[in-house]
Design a protein around this ligand. Structure first.
Ligand code: FVH
Length: 285
């Protein structure tokens, strides 16, 4: 099934989406705020639009991959009237509430709105590793699923347009915290002359193995019962204190550990030091 659609935004991700769609035989009109990013795509058969308005009026489906919520509003709002009766699939990272705001605006102007969250890098687009989450208009998702599947395995997380972003940003939080801890380890070991590749060779399998524990405490988290302490907060704060002292001994910051220590200390100060480490979620709720 061939789709003819417009893509707004030819940054690293938008360019990957456009190239992958062209390779799959779809018909594309592309636009980018700064000219000059469409040359290769035009050589491969894309139509280049000279303005967002011209791009939008050229297709029933408008896919948006810009930078943030503000850029999406800046690009779309001036063309609200032209967009009426069309479908917008927004693949730009926004907060859940920003996605809901865009959906409210779309509903008010009879625009069919589907929100998307890309859980992959540009290089992964179109490969089996690519995952993209969607929420909002189910009809828009199902009508365009063959195109969406070209970009990556596509999941529909319901009618609430904010849910794709909620899942995306929650999982990214775990990813960035892990990356920060990994880089803290690189900084520590390099003070002993160990390079990042050697460190990653041992740290990556260890961290991957530790992710198997993430599912072990879901019942406790749902029940909010931390009384069975696998590692109590008193015990854990001592361990993190040791990592912090080791960091300072090596002349590097203990900052990644300090964030966790602050969450632990709040619960110890509230009298829960004997309870399990998972109790720190109560410092976040
Ligand atoms: N790159 C990645 O690995 C991540 C993976 C997960 C999902 N993200 C999200 O994808 C969106 C686009 O990210 P990107 O990497 O393509 O970002 P850039 O290369 O910086 O391109 C940004 C495009 O947005 C255009 N733009 C920015 N502001 C405006 C504006 N006010 N009006 C119109 N367009 C705007 C920008 O145009 P220009 O700077 O070339 O003129 C680029 O086309 C993003 O939400 C990631 O979170 C990517």
């Amino acid at each position: 099934m061939t789709f003819s659609f417009t893509l707004l935004g030819l940054g690293a991700m938008g360019g990957a989406l456009a190239a992958t769609a062209l390779d799959a035989g779809h018909v594309l009109t592309v636009w980018n705020r700064t000219p000059g990013k469409d040359t290769d795509l035009v050589d491969r058969g894309a139509q280049a639009a000279t303005s967002a308005g011209a791009a939008i009026s050229g297709a029933d489906l408008v896919v948006v991959c810009l930078f943030d919520y503000a850029s999406v509003r800046a690009a779309l709002h001036p063309h609200t009237e032209t967009l009426t009766g069309r479908t917008v699939i927004n693949l730009t990272t926004t907060t859940p509430e920003e996605a809901r705001e865009l959906a409210r605006w779309a509903r008010e102007h009879r625009i069919d709105y589907l929100d998307g969250a890309i859980m992959s890098t540009p290089r992964m687009i179109g490969t089996p590793e690519s995952v993209i989450l969607y929420s909002g208009s189910a009809p828009a998702f199902h009508a365009h699923e063959p195109l969406l599947q070209v970009w990556g395995s596509s999941t529909f997380d319901g009618d609430d347009p904010g849910m794709a972003s909620m899942w995306d940003l929650a999982m990214l939080s775990g990813m960035y915290s892990m990356f920060a801890g990994f880089l803290h380890g690189v900084a520590m070991l390099e003070t002993a002359g160990v390079g990042a590749a050697e460190y990653a060779g041992r740290a990556a399998p260890f961290l991957a193995a530790m992710t198997s524990l993430l599912g072990h405490s879901t019942e406790r988290l749902d029940a909010r019962d931390y009384s069975e302490a696998l590692q109590s907060l008193h015990w854990t704060t001592t361990q993190l204190g040791t990592i912090a002292r080791a960091s300072r001994e090596q002349g590097i910051t203990p900052a990644p550990m300090q964030m966790v220590q602050e969450l632990i200390q709040q619960q110890i100060d509230a009298g829960h030091g004997a309870e399990d480490f998972d109790r720190i979620i109560e410092s976040m709720r």
